[in-house]
Design a protein around this ligand. Structure first.
Ligand code: 3EB
Length: 345
């Protein structure tokens, strides 16, 4: 498929080229996210973009992932959310400062408020949540007697429950990473058609994690599968070195990377079982790789190249992962167009 005609295409480009793309009112851009340290003052007009404060590998330029669609697009706002929609898809972004509203921790309350707005929007417009990207600072730090990731999980789950949504089974794909600064930032992709949730047979579903990982289980599926324009597309959640519900390979970033890819392969196999006509392949996915320690970047790249090969689309970022013993987390998507331009491993 030619990129220009694709119903959904992911382009990865230097942030310096974003304003040229965004300036055009007829833009094919749905939305996206840019990553740099510090966060860039973004020139994205009324497009839904996150400017995330997150480090890149040494010497790399600020980078954006940009989702495009060939369908006619319309921009809008709903409360704090910017969004852009087509007949088929809706992409949104929201950035909120953490503010205390009541006895709940500011992060918990802000998370619940952000998700409540998102669900209101999706319900009003008739879209199904497919994929969430969650970023907020100090994810492993404790405040209000709880780790901040756990506060986030309470706020997120409460918003699902308040909107009559299931918190097990058919839940959206997601990731949650620690940024270097800023507020709570959420980007999301939603579809008009039904989304199928995919789980990983090697892992306990996150929504069934036992309470040792927090009072509320995280509300996300291992991947979301959707048919858009007759093509199966797969959005794989952030995937870590977890088997069952336990972290494996404590302190060994190379082994953790291999375990992540083993898990991603298992999710892809499971997705193929649910969509037999799809041709998802590990070397045709677009990857985003979050590495906790910058000095581990080269090791992660080497392990990935060894398993997948060098010619894949991949973004590498330095971020905190939601369990203190996780050194790397990898997300991926496939079935949509990718390019122009590949960022190889
Ligand atoms: C894990 O598998 C690793 O809370 O939205 C991965 C993907 C993780 C999504 C989330 C967390 C989330 O539990 C962490």
């Amino acid at each position: 498929m030619k990129p220009a005609e694709a119903i959904l295409r992911l382009e990865v480009l230097p942030a310096s080229r974003l304003s040229r793309l965004a300036g055009d009112g007829q833009s094919s851009v749905l939305g996206g996210a840019c990553f740099s340290r510090p966060a860039l003052p973004l020139d994205a007009g009324d497009l839904p973009f996150l400017a995330v404060d997150m480090s890149l590998p040494a010497g790399e330029e600020a980078i954006c992932e940009v989702w495009h669609s060939a369908e006619p697009l319309q921009s809008g706002r709903h409360g704090p959310i910017r969004y852009r929609q087509s007949e088929t898809l809706l992409f949104g972004s929201v950035s909120l400062d953490e503010v205390a509203r009541d006895a709940r921790s500011p992060l918990q309350a802000t998370t619940e408020a952000a998700y409540a707005s998102i669900f209101e929007l999706l319900e009003a417009r008739g879209y199904h949540a497919l994929r969430f990207w969650n970023y907020f600072p100090a994810i492993n730090q404790e405040s209000h007697h709880k780790e901040r990731y756990r506060q986030f999980n309470i706020g997120r789950q409460d918003a699902f429950l308040a909107h009559g949504r299931s918190v097990i089974g058919n839940v959206p794909a997601a990731c949650a990473l620690g940024s270097a600064g800023g507020g709570l930032q959420i980007a999301f992709l939603a579809a008009r058609t039904n989304v199928i949730s995919v789980e990983n047979p090697r892992q306990v579903s996150a929504y069934h994690y036992p309470s040792q990982y927090g009072p509320r289980s995280p509300t996300f599926s291992r991947a979301g599968l959707v048919k858009l324009g007759g093509r199966d597309m797969l959005f794989i959640s952030g995937t870590a070195s977890i088997v069952g519900h336990q972290t494996l390979h404590d302190g060994d970033v190379a082994a953790q990377t291999r375990e992540c890819l083993h898990n991603i392969a298992a999710i892809v196999a499971e997705a193929k079982r649910q969509a037999p006509d799809a041709d998802f392949r590990l070397d045709a996915l677009a990857y985003k790789v979050y590495v906790r320690h910058p000095e581990d970047m080269a090791t992660v790249r080497r392990e990935m190249a060894q398993i997948i090969g060098g010619l894949v689309s991949a973004i590498f970022l330095q971020a905190d992962v939601c369990r203190a013993d996780l050194l790397v987390e990898i997300e991926a998507s496939g079935g949509h167009a990718i390019g122009p331009g590949l960022t190889g491993i």
